[in-house]
Design a protein around this ligand. Sequence first.
Ligand SMILES: Nc1ncnc2c1ncn2[C@@H]1O[C@H](COP(=O)(O)OP(=O)(O)OP(=O)(O)O)[C@@H](O)[C@H]1O
Ligand SMILES: [Mg+2]
Length: 281
Amino acid sequence: MINCKEVSKSFGEHKVLDKVSFDVPEGVIVGLLGPSGAGKTTLINILTGQLTFDAGEVSVMNKDVNKLKGADKDKFGIMMDRFGLYERFTCAENLAVFADVYGINKSNIKESLASVGLEDAAKTKAADLSKGMRARLLLARALLHDPKIIFLDEPTSGLDPKSVKGIHEIIQNKKKEGCTIFLTTHNMDEATKLCDDVMLLNEGNIVERGRPSDLCRKYNKDKKIKVTMKDGSDGEYKQNADAADKIAELIRQGSLETIHSEEPTLETIFLELTGKKLEED
Ligand SMILES: Nc1ncnc2c1ncn2[C@@H]1O[C@H](COP(=O)(O)OP(=O)(O)OP(=O)(O)O)[C@@H](O)[C@H]1O
Ligand SMILES: [Mg+2]
């Protein structure tokens, strides 16, 4: 669905993307992770034909982005920021304006609001929405024309856990319908739960890519096991025969409460690869 080949982009002297290459197959959720300023938004702008680039090739749905026409771009669902709503218009009116611009049948508006849990807010003005509701309205707008490919730039940043969960469900439902989703996030927990595939962007390059669980296994060099006893104390073991005997003994004694393998998180992997934190404090 997306083909990005050796794409470079500089702003003046500042090289933001340096020969970035990747493919995105159909029907997956891909997460682009990277610290602030890594170039995530820049890359999404390039992939959606909103920003020119200096070198390389990009095609989306088998079309060169440099040659995309309005009608091609209409096939993309894009949620880039929290602006662009008509504040004095209601939720339904906001979607109606968008439907007008894109020539979409307005009969879908009610259903579209319901699909993001905003059925009761159809008559609420955009200015009166909470942050989470606002994000859901923007998502509904991005999905209104039933796009096959969806670009989401930090769809859940700054939202409460319930809103985040709601948005994750919507994204997962879109995947079930066969859509391809490309999203950026700072949140490694989100990436682990939601994405089939993550790419770590750092200083203009993709430094690692894979399934979150595969990456966590790949970087699991220490292979530690953490145990908690019934008396509340805990301990850590290296995964070896000696530890197996000790842990077996704890189980026999009936003193073991919980046991977990301690794989690194995406956050630790990113820190190891780049020396930088993924999430801001
Ligand atoms: N229009 C522009 N003109 C000049 N510099 C820009 C422009 N857009 C982005 N940049 C620079 O490019 C770099 C990458 O910015 P970008 O917004 O893509 O990062 P990001 O990974 O999306 O960061 P964040 O996580 O904070 O959203 C930054 O150093 C930024 O200052
Ligand atoms: Mg950004």
